[in-house]
Design a protein around this ligand. Structure first.
Ligand code: NDP
Length: 450
């Protein structure tokens, strides 16, 4: 069936220079083959052609004034990808590497992720090529205000509800919300990831990382195993990585690494969570500062990484949790992980493993949870925040956590059952893509050509 090749050729022609987007589309299209062969309806309704084209893409200029009084200009994006299942939902990323192709890959992944949650949320993603590193609090505030001064006209509690992602945490959400309120005079749930003090959900900060560990636990349970006692490699040291590490300790596992854009930290006794939180959440410091408290730990700067991959995946362990960014785990990294005895991988980041690395994991038959399934706890809890905002009823932390656990279990089950149905048990990439696609595709057929 030539549709994968044809679709990618068309995409490369109509949307040039979007390598990450082609990578994400290729993975999904390949795994949909058995479904497309079994069910003609998706061809007849041109579902693939409609899915790979965002419903709307908003590109805008963001001008702001830095502390030296100079005018700075950035590119802002919001891609409203698919609204079949509900209001557009997905985070905002502030990072210098942000381009149209990065936002489109993230928005595309979001379609299947949100569908897998079973919740009424469509898919979108946005951000800016703004680098928050080294910026003062005043500069961050002015940038966020300038960003929202354009974005506010495109979002709303029933149309599009952005959240955080790389470079966008509670502080940035607060500044953007404040500007939205000032511009519109309305106090409404147009962003998630707010502080629980003023409309946020308890447990949202922790949700993605906790969900990643719940997903790993579900995969291992399916194989009669648990996380207890397992040495774990974690990459990143931001929101997702920190709460992955926290939940791993609660499950009696031993997280021994984390990383940032300057290098990798290895602590044989286990990463000290308290010190990591102080460094990253309060001081916004580089990771090598950890050695001031724990001189016995090891820091590997990026310049000393292996040529074909990343230092973080080269330590012996039984489980791995990529929680930094896309393509941070190469084929050579995958081979080392497998040779070192890793039997479980649960992805906190979006598309952290390259296509060749994923093939290695699937061929090896280990428990591999792709990001669009394993990290969906964040967006699910964002939907809980929307529900609390709409009803003006806050939920207890216990209720949020119980719902999160149940969503993660259901996602795992949907992926595993669908993989089984298509004769590839344990292939959760195939299971997740087909299960997510079917929910969106069937909905689009019912809603007509719009
Ligand atoms: P944060 O900004 O809080 O943390 C990102 C971490 O990854 C930092 O340690 C950062 O290091 C590191 N990092 C980012 N880019 C690079 C890079 N190019 N090279 C090396 N290290 C890098 O972001 P989050 O924790 O929120 O997001 C991490 C991943 O999880 C992303 O892929 C995101 O899309 C995904 N995700 C996040 C969700 C959420 O709820 N926040 C939900 C679902 C997925 P440094 O600070 O030095 O740049």
């Amino acid at each position: 069936m030539p549709y994968v090749h044809d679709t990618l050729t068309r995409l490369k022609h109509s949307s040039p220079a979007q390598a990450e987007f082609y990578q994400a589309a290729d993975e999904v299209l390949e795994s949909l083959r058995p479904l497309m062969e079994a069910d003609r309806r998706y061809h007849d309704h041109s579902i693939i052609e409609r899915l790979v084209e965002p419903e709307r893409q908003i590109l805008f200029r963001v001008c702001w004034v830095d502390d030296q009084g100079r005018v700075q200009v950035n590119k802002g994006y919001r891609v409203q990808f698919n609204s079949a299942l509900g209001p557009y939902k997905g985070g905002l990323r502030f990072h210098p590497s942000v381009t149209s192709g990065v936002i489109k890959f993230l928005g595309f992944e979001q379609i299947f992720k949100n569908a897998l949650t079973g919740l009424p949320i469509g898919a979108g993603k946005g951000g800016a090529n703004f680098d928050p590193k080294g910026k003062s609090d005043g500069e961050i505030m002015r940038f966020c205000q300038a960003f929202m001064t354009e974005l506010y006209r495109h979002i709303g509690p029933a149309t599009d509800v952005p959240a955080g992602d790389i470079g966008v945490g509670g502080r940035e959400i607060g500044y953007m919300f404040g500007q939205y309120k000032k511009l519109t005079g309305r106090y409404e749930g147009i962003l998630t990831g707010k502080d629980p003090l003023w409309g946020g959900s308890l447990g949202r900060t922790e949700a993605t990382g906790y969900g990643v560990v719940y997903f790993a636990e579900n995969m291992l349970q399916g194989r009669g195993d648990t996380l207890a006692g397992k040495r774990c490699l974690v990459s990143g040291s931001g929101n997702v990585a920190i709460y992955t590490i926290e939940k791993l300790y609660q499950k009696e596992a031993i997280p021994v690494t984390c990383s940032d854009s300057s290098g990798t930290l290895y602590h044989e006794n286990g990463i000290c969570l308290k010190t990591l939180k102080e460094l990253k959440e309060q001081q916004r410091a580089r990771l090598d500062k950890y050695l001031e408290t724990y001189p016995e730990a090891q820091f590997i700067p990026v310049k000393d990484y292996p040529e074909d991959g990343h230092a973080v995946w080269r330590f012996p362990a039984q489980a791995a949790f990529p929680c930094a960014t896309q393509n941070e785990l190469t084929e050579a990294d995958a081979e080392t992980l497998l040779a070192n005895g890793v039997i479980c991988i649960s992805e906190g980041a979006n598309m952290p493993s390259t296509a060749d690395a994923i093939d290695r994991f699937i061929d090896a038959g280990i428990a591999y949870g792709p990001g669009k399934a394993a990290n969906a706890g964040g967006v699910a809890t964002s939907q809980f925040e929307m529900a609390q905002n709409a009803s003006m009823q806050p939920w207890s932390l216990d209720k949020v956590d119980r719902r999160l656990q149940s969503v993660m279990q259901n996602i795992y089950q949907r992926c595993a059952d669908t993989a089984e149905e298509f004769g590839q048990p344990h292939n959760l990439v195939l299971g997740g893509n087909i299960a997510g696609f079917r929910r969106v595709g069937d909905t689009m057929i019912q809603q007509g050509v719009v």
